[in-house]
Design a protein around this ligand. Structure first.
Ligand SMILES: [Zn+2]
Length: 333
């Protein structure tokens, strides 16, 4: 297969689902969104199919023109079985066989992978990491997920669970992680864990700048409130931010020594906060990995940024085709 061909991608999120019709050369033909906030899959799934068919029709195509459908899914899930199994913010999605549902609806091959792997594939095929043979992508949002590409292949692992880079302990006496392990990298640096820590440590301080940036609502405290307070020079915020950057360097430095990647692409916080995050991270990295490994590795923010959702599902489909030698990336870019 050499000429560019169309694929349909679905990026499943707890508030919205991106549906995107694209080409194997990276061209996005059309995309749309379906609301998924606290909705039942029985209502959402038919809308996904309807939107996918609409995008095809608007482009003068039908499902017979599709080579494959790809799904980027949040954990927990059953990748070999193609099922989504009740993610934290999708309580009504209990063991939903979405891959086979979309396969049947579009009468084509459908593939599913987790959202961090999908992000890694999107950056690898179409983003900052094009043509790298050894690449890591870290999601850096509410949690820390990862996708690992080694020797030009995505690492799936024995149970399709490889790449859980947020869940190795970097301090056995550290905070309890939501996953059950103490001191996970994510328990120090994930957006949700950071928010919980700020809520706890700022209790009874409604006039603190971080709380004011959340309009006095402790439940609304997040990394954006923290970033604003850091830019104001608030002492607590500056110290917490610095600690978070150093812990990120610990996590990322360990990954550099283990995988010897030529590039690590960082998601949300890295491109949203820019130099405020990247500069201290780069300064701390030499403490946590060997100079020879660090010299060969570029640690940079995602180039796709928010557009990664449009590429995520498509990239999952393309990777499975690549693994079957039915797709060669970068030929037409
Ligand atoms: Zn954990």
């Amino acid at each position: 297969m050499t000429a560019s061909f169309p694929v349909l991608g679905f990026d499943i999120g707890g508030t919205k689902i991106a549906v995107c019709l694209g080409c194997s050369d990276g061209k996005i033909i059309a995309s749309g969104r379906v609301d998924n906030k606290e909705r039942h899959p029985d209502d959402v799934l038919p809308e996904l199919v309807a939107l996918g068919r609409q995008l095809l029709a608007d482009a003068g195509m039908t499902s017979t023109d599709l080579t494959a459908v790809g799904i980027s899914a949040p954990a927990p899930h059953d990748i070999p079985g193609g099922r989504i199994t009740q993610p934290t913010n999708m309580k009504k999605w209990v063991d939903v066989p979405i891959r086979d549902y979309l396969r049947d609806a579009f009468a084509t091959t459908a593939y599913m992978d987790n959202d961090a792997n999908a992000g890694a594939l999107a950056e690898w095929f179409f983003g900052t990491g094009k043509k790298c043979r050894n690449l890591l992508y870290l999601t850096m949002s509410t949690g820390i997920g990862g996708g690992i590409i080694t020797n030009g292949r995505l690492v799936h692992g024995h149970d399709y669970l490889a790449g859980e880079v947020g869940h190795f302990s970097i301090d056995p006496d550290g905070p309890q992680c939501n996953c059950g392990i103490r001191g996970c990298y994510e328990a120090f640096c994930g957006g949700r864990a950071m928010a919980q820590r700020m809520q706890r440590e700022l209790a009874g301080q409604p006039d603190h700048p971080i709380v004011r940036y959340a309009n006095g609502n402790y439940d609304a405290i997040d990394m954006i409130c923290l970033e604003k307070a850091v830019r104001d020079g608030d002492a607590y915020a500056v110290a917490l931010w610095d600690e978070m950057c150093r812990r990120n360097a610990q996590g990322i430095g360990g990954l550099i020594n283990i995988f010897n990647p030529e590039m690590i692409v960082l998601g949300t916080i890295a491109w949203a906060a820019g130099d405020l995050f990247m500069t201290p991270l780069q300064q701390y990295l030499p403490q946590f990995c060997w100079p020879v490994q660090l010299r060969g590795c570029r640690v940079i923010p995602s180039g796709l940024k928010r557009r990664i959702g449009d590429y995520a599902g498509i990239s999952v489909a393309l990777n499975y085709l690549y693994e079957q030698d039915r797709f060669q990336p970068w030929q037409e870019q």
